[in-house]
Design a protein around this ligand. Structure first.
Ligand code: GLU
Length: 296
C-alpha cells in the first residue's frame, strides 16, 4: 500500500450518469494504479438540492460497477463542526469576514463602479464588507481573495496532471467568495478543502468542470495551513446542448443492469482504448493496467 489516498465525492442530487461515472472510474483507477486507497464522500451540504435516497442509490450504482470504497463513506452533512472550526480559524487570522450584502446590494455596488460582468451567474464581490458591517446584520461569511490590494496579488499557479500548467487571478476573476451562505449552509469550497485534508487525500481526480474551483481551494488550503493535493481533471461528457452532461440536459441514470457497457463508455471518454474483459472484475483489472500505462 502506497501513501496515495484518492476519493470520489458525488453530490446526491440524482443518480450517477455517464458523465459522473467518468470521474468515479478515473479516481478509482488512479488509486488502484498507485496501489492506494479510494474513498467515497457524499457531498450533501447543499440540502435543498439533494434528493432523498440518491446517496444510497449512487453507492449501489458504484458497487454494481465494482467501485467499492476502502472505508465506509462519509456524509458532509455530519461534519458541520469541522467546517465551523475551520471557519473560526479563518476569522481569527483575518481571512474570513462577515458580509451583510444581499444580491441587489452587490449589483448596486458593482454598477456604481461601472462593473457588472457576471461570471457564470456569479457576481465578483466588490469587497463592500471587508471594512466592517457598519451596523448592518451579518448574512454570509466570505473568504478574502487577497489579503491586501487586489492588483498586487499574484496569480494562483497550479499544475493539473492532465491539463498542465494553470493559473488564475482569484481576486479579479472570482473575488471574495462565500464560505457559509446567508441561509446557514456551508459552501462547497470550504467543505471540500476541510474534508480533503481531514481524509488525508493526496490526489483529487474529478471532472474538468471543477478545475476552475481549484485556485480558490488552494487559497483556502494555504490560509488554513493544509497541504495541497495533486489534481487531475477528467474530460467531460457533453449533453445534447453541448454543455456538460447533467440531469437538466437529458442524462439518463446509469443502467444498473449493464454496468460493463457503462464502464466501457467511461473508459472510452478517458482515452483508455479498447479494454478487454467480459466481467466487471476483469474489465477493471485491464483498465487499471491501461491507466497505469497512460499516466506512467
Ligand atoms: N460534489 C462535487 C460534484 O459532485 C464534486 C466535488 C469534488 O470532486 O471536488 O460536482
Amino acid at each position: 500500500m502506497s501513501g496515495y489516498v484518492g476519493r470520489f465525492a458525488p453530490s446526491p442530487t440524482g443518480p450517477l450518469h455517464a458523465g459522473s461515472l467518468v470521474a468515479a472510474l478515473a479516481s478509482w483507477l488512479d488509486a488502484r494504479a498507485h496501489r492506494g486507497r479510494w474513498l467515497v464522500r457524499i457531498e450533501d451540504v447543499d440540502a435543498p438540492r439533494c434528493v432523498a435516497g440518491a446517496d444510497q442509490f449512487i453507492l449501489r450504482q458504484l458497487a454494481a460497477c465494482g467501485l467499492v470504497p476502502d472505508a465506509p463513506p462519509v456524509w458532509q452533512s455530519t461534519r458541520g463542526a469541522l467546517y465551523q472550526a475551520a471557519l473560526g480559524r479563518l476569522v481569527a487570522s483575518g481571512w474570513a469576514y462577515p458580509c451583510a450584502c444581499t444580491r441587489s446590494d452587490i449589483e448596486r455596488a458593482l454598477a456604481a463602479r461601472g462593473q457588472s460582468k457576471p461570471r457564470g451567474g456569479e457576481l465578483v464581490y466588490p469587497g463592500t464588507c471587508r471594512a466592517g458591517l457598519h451596523g448592518r446584520a451579518p448574512r454570509a461569511m466570505r473568504m478574502r481573495s487577497s489579503f491586501g490590494d487586489c492588483g498586487h496579488e499574484p496569480d494562483i499557479e497550479w499544475h493539473d496532471r492532465r491539463l498542465g500548467a494553470q493559473r488564475q487571478h482569484v481576486c479579479e476573476t472570482v473575488g471574495d467568495f462565500v464560505l457559509k451562505r446567508a441561509d446557514g449552509l456551508w459552501a462547497y469550497q470550504l467543505a471540500v478543502v476541510v474534508d480533503d485534508a481531514a481524509q488525508g487525500i493526496t490526489d483529487v481526480v474529478r471532472g474538468a468542470d471543477l478545475a476552475d474551483n481549484t485556485p480558490r481551494q488552494i487559497l483556502l488550503q494555504r490560509a488554513l495551513g493544509l497541504p495541497t493535493p495533486r489534481y487531475l481533471h477528467t474530460p467531460l461528457v457533453l449533453g445534447g446542448n453541448g454543455e456538460k452532461l447533467s440531469k437538466q440536459n437529458g442524462a439518463a441514470p446509469l443502467d444498473l443492469g449493464d454496468p460493463l457497457a457503462a464502464l466501457r463508455e467511461a473508459a472510452r471518454v478517458l482515452g483508455l482504448g479498447a479494454i478487454h474483459g467480459t466481467a466487471v472484475a476483469d474489465f477493471l483489472a485491464a483498465a487499471t493496467a491501461a491507466w497505469r500505462e497512460a499516466v506512467a
